[in-house]
Write a protein that binds this ligand. Structure first.
Ligand code: GLU
Length: 299
């Protein structure tokens, strides 16, 4: 066995896709890295469907994501958490923030802020107003949030500088990802968030909210995301094709090779469960840390 056990303490990891489309190679890679990190640490791996933004959802995407994970042997523990059913929990968090004066209503139109170049940082126009409706913003203190990412090392950000008081609930009532993710990571007892480096800049906002809400801060590990040959992160928007579930073993082998792991020749043609069993033992978290930059692949 290569590598060492990440931690002897409790480990609860998760994969938390938004159902904005079926999985593509980049999101399958994300599922696999978080799965291997959890299983290598003999931890649990949970699945949460982040379906809190209906306008961005694609019909059938949730079922397609679940089917792809199953076909690839990426099986989760515990029942799936659907964030759309978390409303009561998230509302409690909102009420807590409001009662502490840690959130305030804002009537600024995004369009106008953008036109005045005031989107980031938000200049606090509504901070001292006492409005009864509008979008809700978190009131940000002038302090540096520091954390150590397992792969990206020490990170520090002053949210006052960017993005300023950020939106936690939109004017139309939809909850922002930053808030919902904190509430549900805590609800599911997640100890380890393993996700792509594209979400690294969100982490200080999440840690800030966790502190305001008295929620534990998990360990964070952000891995390099897959880029297409154009240097853009693989995504539906950049034209990444959906995963072909009939080629599960080949897809896993491809993702493992992108992590620097090559399947032994005698395992060629093995089924997904066998491949994952091998990969959980062969996985070495240090391999990912040695690749701080995005991996370029041609798709
Ligand atoms: N739902 C987010 C996404 O699909 C990921 C959330 C997370 O891993 O924190 O991009």
């Amino acid at each position: 066995m290569t590598g060492t056990i990440v931690t002897a303490s409790r480990y609860v990891g998760r994969f938390a896709p938004s159902p904005t489309g079926p999985l593509h190679l980049g999101s399958l890679f994300a599922a696999l890295v978080s799965y291997l990190d959890a299983r290598h640490a003999r931890g649990q791996w949970l699945l949460r469907i982040e379906d809190i933004d209906p306008p961005r959802e694609v019909e059938g995407a949730t079922d397609a994501i679940i089917a792809t994970l199953e076909k690839h042997g990426l099986l989760w523990d515990e029942p799936i958490v659907y964030q759309s059913r978390s409303t009561a929990r998230i509302l409690d968090a909102v009420a807590h923030l409001q009662s502490n004066g840690a959130a305030y209503f804002c009537e600024c139109a995004r369009r106008q802020l953008r036109a005045r170049n005031q989107l980031d940082p938000y200049p606090g126009i509504c901070r001292d107003k006492t409005l009864g409706e509008g979008a809700l913003r978190a009131r940000i203190a002038n302090e540096v949030i520091q954390f150590t990412d397992r792969w990206q090392r020490i990170q520090a950000a002053n949210l006052k500088t960017s993005p300023g008081d950020f939106v936690i609930r939109r004017r139309d009532g939809l909850f922002a990802y930053q808030l919902a993710v904190c509430v549900d990571d805590a609800y599911q007892g997640v100890t380890d968030v393993v996700r792509g480096v594209d979400l690294l800049s969100s982490t200080p906002r999440q840690i800030y909210l966790q502190r305001l809400l008295n929620l534990p801060t998990p360990r964070y590990a952000h891995f390099p995301v897959l880029n297409g040959s154009d240097g853009q992160k693989l995504s539906k928007q950049t034209g990444a094709p959906p995963i072909d579930d009939t080629r599960a073993s080949q897809n896993l082998e491809h993702c493992l090779s992108l992590m620097g792991m090559s399947l032994p020749a005698e395992m060629s043609g093995a089924d997904p469960a066998e491949i994952l069993q091998w990969a959980c033992l062969a996985y070495d978290p240090k391999r990912l840390s040695q690749k701080p930059i995005a991996i370029s692949i041609d798709e």
